[in-house]
Ligand binder design. Sequence first.
Ligand SMILES: Cc1cc2nc3c(=O)[nH]c(=O)nc-3n(C[C@H](O)[C@H](O)[C@H](O)COP(=O)(O)OP(=O)(O)OC[C@H]3O[C@@H](n4cnc5c(N)ncnc54)[C@H](O)[C@@H]3O)c2cc1C
Length: 378
Amino acid sequence: MGGDRYDAIIVGVGGMGSATAFHLARRGWRVLGLERYDVIHPFGSSHGLTRIIRLAYSEHPSYVPLLVRAYELWHELEELDGRKLLYTTGNLEGGLPDGEVFRGAVEAATLHHIPHEVLSGAEVAARWPAYHLPVDARVVFQPQGGFLASEECILAHVRLALASGAEIHWRERVAEWGTLGDDDLWVRTDRGRYRASRLVIAAGSWAGRLLPELAALAVPERQVLAWLQPTRPELFRLGAFPVFYLQAEEGRYYGFPEWGIPGFKFGRFHHLGETVDPDRMDREPNQRDEEVLRAFARRYFPDGCGPTVALKACLFTNTPDEHFILDLHPEHPEVAIAAGFSGHGYKFCSVVGEIMADLAQHGETRHDLALFRLGRFS
Ligand SMILES: Cc1cc2nc3c(=O)[nH]c(=O)nc-3n(C[C@H](O)[C@H](O)[C@H](O)COP(=O)(O)OP(=O)(O)OC[C@H]3O[C@@H](n4cnc5c(N)ncnc54)[C@H](O)[C@@H]3O)c2cc1C
């Protein structure tokens, strides 16, 4: 089989793939990135302007060392690219006093000695009057929390990957891949054929298409984000409003200060629980989507609940335990996999790029991947 030959081919140049392209290219590798859509686009998981980053990680304390490295790499990216990408606002994480989000955030903060304060709903309202949490709510305030300009981060990784010699083909879809033996892989797209020594699959919600073994382990789910025009905009401005990840009676929600789009942005984690085919998903938000989100704002952020400014559909890709898949392919160790980011992966893109580059280059990494191995599901 013919085709151009690369050291590594990266399938999917979204959040994770763009970071991987940057890390491999700057190590001097001959890299080809293949992306089925435009350089940034609204069909995957990384659009909608912003993504939260937080350190006292309620999901599992094992994420904290990765986050420490992720922060370092995001700051390095800002320096190399000469643009601001990470906005520190502080974050509030918790809600129900006996909920796993509050307990997990306290556990991670305590175990890893992360600066934090534990506040009641009443204390939160006194400091940030946009918040109307139940007075007995319990939250962890963590001053290093904030958000990343997610599409800008992809552009920064892409710019720097290209500057280091990476080749990226946009609007080119990978149809299939296989092995040729002797350290050689082939990739067939809708435009051509290529060969490489290593493959990194970072295809987001389409991972199961290229890796059938992931079809039941990395399951796409429809999400909807809302931006509402605040009736008291001064309470939702950057500098006046920390990002949040809150567990309420109605479910888990996350939100941001106004940035880019003039509105208070938030979403419901797992929205309506709709498992979807990413190629057939209904991308047009409807009245039910809007009402579920507005009901939350009415109750907990009444000064943020003016007219709807924007609604956008997006995709989660969920694993059964909501932890990521970061591993080598079980039968083809020359293939590295970054998948199943379960709605909380963006903040890790910078360090996942480093991990994927390590796995492609050395077959291993200094980062602890015990929580993320594919074998945990067998
Ligand atoms: C509404 C919403 C809110 C979120 N909020 C947060 C948050 O606040 N904080 C946080 O940390 N995380 C958050 N997340 C999760 C985070 O955004 C995702 O985990 C992350 O964007 C996943 O990145 P990815 O590279 O896997 O996917 P993507 O960025 O979607 O990249 C995958 C790419 O692969 C391409 N591709 C797929 N198949 C092929 C193929 N066959 N050939 C070529 N290209 C292909 C796709 O076109 C796509 O560009 C949120 C997600 C959503 C949807």
